[in-house]
Design a binder for this molecule. Structure first.
Ligand code: SF4
Length: 686
């Protein structure tokens, strides 16, 4: 990139050239957004932009981003939540944009995609065969052969690939198979020491990113770059976070720690080859104690630290520490790459076990956390701690608590797992991500209840530190769409889908002649509705899980009579313009489950501080998903249709105003006759 500061055409001129080149129509919202992004970058002020579907928001941020990169000589980072958007940017938008702007800028804009190290094939692991991590004895023979076939496919692909990017492998491969060929950033030997360092795919991707004007990445890597002491992304002063409504959740996933018998067993297997038997045995025994304890405990949030759990976590932590000590200095094998790889792999997982156990103890306060370093002090601290709830001021505890610990029940081969996550990632984001760069956050859904405040709070931004802009939508929502709330139905209960809901769905689908996307709040409800309606309706009915989701969406989009029912990933991931999607049915307001450990802990935390926990957490979560779900209806200017919400609380509950204000401004009705009539008319016109 040039380091001089050339005089460049204004953003408006570049945008016009870009829109003309892609054969699109310039829209007022798009121009407004591009200007706002330019102003934010120039004034170094964080900006949140809500831009409805059809605005052309990727061009609206890419054009000022590329202009800034050309002017400043620094890359701009664009972060997405989904692979689909990443692909759209890299395969479609950016190449077209580069062609369009080439003659107007000092050089052709270039771009690169950068993912976390574990997404690239590790040539060293592939060639040298670093530790086989899986315990074959646990495998079901069918799974062994399925994994074996995937391993073979990866090996064949490894001989040909030029990028080493896991996403190139179609169909995809399981994490279990991929782990045999990849390393995490912490396991990597470092390009200087690694015999394959010169050809390393991850290093090559970083190099390419270092030369690009626009680096496309994901929220997880963005968070890691912001939080770690070392730089993962190239130097940059501007970040665009697209699909920003997902930022807090993605960052929470990155910083969630987990501990289970499987993690400890992996540490034992890796350490077992390198330390004395007795030291590894001690960790194995601690892992067995953990398995027994977690297997017998009820799943859910752990509010107070039971003495037995405190003791076991301390045992695990101290036994891991003993293994770490026994491994000796970390750089001992710097001239022996094979051994260095084995030791690094062992250090990584042992550090993880040690640090996570300590973190879980710390979550219950200093008394539970203990000193936490002594291989010679098993059980220090926690064994004599009854946790924070043995009297004292529970409310004060709640306010000061920073992390939540919960137990997730085992499923199939996955054993019961203890997890720990922060109550909020806002402070972390504020310090690390927003601290020393300009951040533009955008999505079709950012204004909940009519304001950006809920999401700004999740991001840790305070009033005065950011500006918000809603550029609206080019769609004429009140004329093109109807929001129907079935107030005559009973409230949804705990015992599955009420019979009246099934009848209502059947009548709506009949009126629409198929063409329905059913968004359910649980897989159980989606399956129950599918089963009940397959018998009653003549139209083809697909249910998530029948096939790969992408395949089902393709089938649904290809045949107007077909209906598709499913749950969470469909709420946000379906983009089907045209008559195949004329009716969106939502069975209930998608509040988090009452036993969701993180949401319930966050809710309680807000309440303890005097706020409205329900509105701040549950209603905000529901509003975001509802807006995403309702946004599936209109995907192009010609689309028309109905969003039908069967849960009457959307029209009657005290919080309904907040939820309704989060949705696109469709024409509203509660009259079932009118809606069925409208659907019949609509489909007759098609
Ligand atoms: S540098 Fe790291 S990721 Fe790259 S080949 Fe070597 S060990 Fe693997």
């Amino acid at each position: 990139m040039p380091k001089d500061r050339p005089e460049l055409p204004p953003v408006e001129e570049l945008l016009t050239a870009a829109v003309t080149a892609v054969g699109g129509v310039e829209r007022p919202g798009q121009v407004k957004m591009a200007q706002a992004v330019r102003d934010a970058v120039e004034s170094e002020e964080h900006l949140a932009v809500q831009a409805g579907t059809g605005t052309g928001k990727s061009l609206a941020y890419l054009v000022p981003a590329i202009r800034h990169a050309a002017e400043s000589g620094k890359a701009v980072v664009v972060s997405t939540a989904t692979i689909a958007l990443q692909r759209q940017l890299v395969d479609r938008d950016l190449p077209r944009l580069a062609d369009a702007l080439e003659g107007l800028l000092p050089h052709r804009p270039d771009f690169a995609i950068l993912k976390g190290r574990r997404n690239y094939l590790c040539r060293h692991k592939t060639a040298a065969g670093m530790p086989e991590d899986e315990d074959d004895q646990l495998f079901d023979p069918r799974e062994v052969s399925a994994t074996g076939r995937m391993v073979q496919r990866i090996q064949d692909w490894a001989d040909e690939t030029e990028t080493g990017d896991r996403d190139e492998i179609v169909p995809g491969v399981s994490d279990q198979a991929w782990r045999q060929f990849s390393v995490t950033a912490r396991e990597c030997l470092g390009a200087q020491r690694c015999p394959s360092g010169a050809d390393c795919f991850a290093e090559l991707a970083r190099e390419r990113a270092g030369e690009a004007d626009v680096v496309v990445t994901n929220h997880a890597l963005l968070a890691i770059d912001a939080m770690e002491d070392f730089a993962v992304l190239p130097e940059h002063d501007v970040v665009v976070v697209d699909e920003a409504h997902e930022l807090a959740d993605r960052v929470t996933s990155v910083v969630t720690g987990e501990l289970s018998e499987a993690t400890v067993s992996l540490a034992v297997r890796r350490a077992g080859r390198l330390v004395e038997q007795g030291v590894a045995d001690r960790l194995q025994e601690a892992g067995e104690d953990l398995r027994a304890l977690l297997g017998a405990a009820p799943p859910g949030r752990v509010d107070t630290l039971p003495q037995s759990l405190g003791l076991t976590l301390s045992l695990v932590r101290d036994a891991a520490f003993a293994c770490i000590t026994a491994l000796g200095p970390r750089n001992k094998d710097k001239d022996d790459p094979e051994n260095a790889g084995l030791r690094k792999a062992a250090f990584t997982v042992l550090d993880d076990v040690h640090d996570t156990a300590q973190r879980m103890l710390d979550a219950f306060g200093p008394a539970a956390g203990g000193t936490g370093t002594g291989g010679d002090a098993p059980g220090a601290g926690a064994s004599d701690s009854g946790g924070p709830a043995d009297g004292g001021d529970a409310e004060a505890e709640e306010i000061h608590r920073a992390e939540v610990v919960w137990l997730e029940e085992g499923r199939g081969r996955v054993p019961p797992t203890l997890r720990v996550a922060p109550l909020s990632v806002g402070g972390m984001l504020r310090d690390k991500l927003f601290g020393d760069r300009t951040v533009v956050l955008t999505s079709a859904t950012l204004a909940l209840g009519g304001t950006f405040d809920s999401l700004a709070r999740q991001w840790g931004l305070r009033p005065g530190e950011w500006t918000g802009l809603d550029v609206g939508s080019p769609f004429d929502h009140p004329r093109r769409g109807i929001l129907y709330v079935a107030t005559h139905l009973p409230q949804p209960g705990r015992d599955g889908l009420p019979e009246a809901y099934v009848d209502e769905i059947a009548e709506l689908i009949e009126a629409a002649g198929g063409r329905t996307l059913g968004l359910f709040s649980s897989m159980r409800a989606a399956k129950a509705a599918t089963e009940a309606l397959r018998e009653r309706l003549d139209v083809p009915l697909l249910c998530q899980g029948d096939d790969a989701t992408g395949q089902l969406v393709k089938q649904f989009a290809g045949d107007p009579a077909t209906c598709l029912f499913g749950t969470l990933s469909l709420w946000q991931g379906v983009d089907v313009p045209g008559p195949s999607l004329t009716l969106v049915i939502i069975d209930r307001i998608p509040f988090p489950r009452p036993d969701d450990p993180l949401a319930s802990a966050r809710q309680r935390h807000v309440a303890a501080k005097g706020g409205n926990g329900f509105m701040a957490v549950a209603a905000t979560h529901a509003a975001l998903l509802l807006a995403q779900g309702a946004g599936r209806l209109l995907r192009s200017m010609d689309d028309r249709g109905v969003v039908a919400v069967l849960d009457p609380r959307l029209a009657t509950a005290r919080y309904s105003g907040f939820l309704l204000n989060s949705l696109p401004p469709y024409w509203r009705t509660t009259d079932p006759g009118k809606v069925r009539e409208a659907l019949r008319r609509l489909t007759a016109d098609l």
